[in-house]
Ligand binder design. Structure first.
Ligand SMILES: Nc1ncnc2c1ncn2[C@@H]1O[C@H](COP(=O)(O)OP(=O)(O)OP(=O)(O)O)[C@@H](O)[C@H]1O
Ligand SMILES: [Mg+2]
Length: 305
């Protein structure tokens, strides 16, 4: 199938999420904050879309609203072309199986009172899958192998693991139900730099093997190039630039994208010594309200007035 006729697996259309703004008891209202402000993108089957931007730019909120862990203020979420916005809990259940999430802090996500084997097998139990207890254990063992953990670790507790191993446990749980789509919200940020590349490789291997589609959230661009097909750059709730990875890295258009790129450390000490990150003054460079994403290249768009 050619790129242009490929149907997206996931789309968000004009997604908005506002916090605050509620009426106060004695008049006035609390300050409203547009955490996600009119965000639209498609993700094709087997594709990885990177979502980058500074802290507070609305990346996690986009992920949570996309998964309907929170309701959007307005806008639509489509899965395989079907509008799934605001579906009731039981109707949403099959989609919940198909769309999983991995969070930044691998320890906080784990349950300290469960063995990691029980933790990975829990979704199979909840969704009444995986057959008998024995069959479920076999399935969990194979999940452990898939994420590079020895199945003999199944009986251990989370505190016995390193950060990288814990994130492997979370990944095993996320793929337990054979999902098609995973939101990975800064899954490597809390890990040692030496471990980060291993986990990025694991994401890639699992994508090749299982045909997974990812929304991969990060606050900088360093690992994005190795993993993502396309990148969306977020600033104060809006996407300011989106395009193929090569276009973003080789031909960035928005000043904020350029600043993010200039902040990536270079593995050459001579270059690194002279590297001067560009300063981006958000306050002075906020995109005007009426700015829209305009095409600047093949599938490459920049927010402009
Ligand atoms: N439940 C909430 N109630 C009120 N405000 C919220 C809530 N969740 C997020 N926000 C605000 O929305 C904005 C976007 O937050 P969000 O967590 O999506 O950013 P982020 O890009 O993921 O940042 P980080 O890189 O720090 O994870 C922030 O200003 C944040 O304070
Ligand atoms: Mg976040």
């Amino acid at each position: 199938m050619s790129e242009s006729t490929m149907k997206p697996l996931v789309s968000v259309q004009n997604l908005c999420k506002t916090y605050g703004g509620e009426k106060r008891l004695f008049g006035g209202s609390t300050q409203a904050l547009k955490a996600v402000d009119n965000v639209s993108f498609d993700i094709e089957p087997g594709e990885t879309l990177g979502l980058v931007g500074e802290s507070g730019s609305g990346k996690s909120t986009t992920g949570r609203v996309l998964l309907q862990l929170e309701a959007p203020t307005s806008g639509d979420i489509l899965y395989k072309g079907e509008n799934i916005t605001g579906l009731s809990k039981p109707t949403l259940k099959p989609y919940r199986r198909d769309m999983q999430v991995i969070f930044q802090d691998p320890y906080a996500s784990l349950n300290p009172r469960m063995t990691v084997g029980e933790f990975v097998g829990e979704p199979l139990e909840v969704h009444k899958l995986g057959g008998s207890r024995r069959e479920r254990e076999d399935r969990v063992a194979s999940l452990f192998t898939k994420v590079g953990l020895d199945p003999s670790f199944m009986k251990r507790y989370p505190h016995e693991f390193s950060g990288g191993q814990r994130q492997r446990v979370n990944i095993a749980r996320a793929i337990a139900l054979n999902p098609a789509f995973i939101v990975a919200d800064e899954p490597i940020t809390a890990l040692d730099v030496s471990i980060q590349a291993q986990i990025v490789n694991l994401f890639q291997d699992l994508q090749d093997e299982l045909g997974l589609t990812y929304l991969f959230i990060a606050h900088d661009l360093s690992m994005i190039r190795y993993l993502c097909h396309r990148v969306a750059v977020m600033l104060r709730g809006r996407i300011v630039e989106i395009g193929p990875c090569d276009a973003i890295f080789e031909n960035p258009q928005h000043a904020y994208t350029k600043a993010l790129l200039s902040a990536i450390p270079v593995p050459d000490p001579d270059i690194e010594r002279n590297r001067r990150p560009l300063v981006f003054d958000v306050g002075a460079n906020l995109p005007p309200e009426d700015a829209v994403l305009r095409p600047v290249g093949n599938r490459h768009f920049v927010l402009e007035a």
